[in-house]
Each structure stands twice: as structure tokens, then as C-alpha cells.
Unconditional design. Structure first.
Length: 71
């Protein structure tokens, strides 16, 4: 899952030509593939390693016990 924040990506000449072809051909399947490969995967790769889950702690039960003073 992606972190919700403003993100900028750039396209090389090849990607722009591919996008132009998809739009010109009105190809929905290729448009989805382009979005998945060139946009989503690029953003996911850039964010990889920076996202942290609240479940990534060593022992979530211990943290819960400390906050609620349960022994």
C-alpha cells in the first residue's frame, strides 16, 4: 500500500511515446498496464523501506500492556 502524499515521477522518452500511443489508440487494457507498471510500481519502489506499520514492533502486546498499566 502506498503512503498517501504528493509524489512526482518522471517519464523518459520511451514512456512518453508509449503513453502517446495508448491515448491515440484508445487502448484501455494497455492504459491500465501502463499505470500499473510505469506509475504505481515506480511510486511503490520509491517508497519501499520508508513505510512502517504499527504491527512492525517487536512485541505489540508489551506496548499495549505498558500503555494500559496491565501487569
Amino acid at each position: 500500500m502506498l503512503e498517501i502524499k504528493r509524489t512526482a515521477i518522471s517519464f523518459d522518452e520511451r514512456a512518453l511515446l508509449e503513453l502517446e500511443r495508448i491515448v491515440t489508440d484508445d487502448d484501455e487494457k494497455e492504459a491500465f498496464r501502463f499505470l500499473k507498471k510505469r506509475v504505481y510500481d515506480t511510486i511503490a519502489h520509491a517508497q519501499q523501506g520508508r513505510l512502517k506499520s504499527h504491527l512492525d514492533t517487536t512485541n505489540p502486546v508489551e506496548g499495549s500492556k505498558k500503555r494500559s498499566n496491565i501487569i
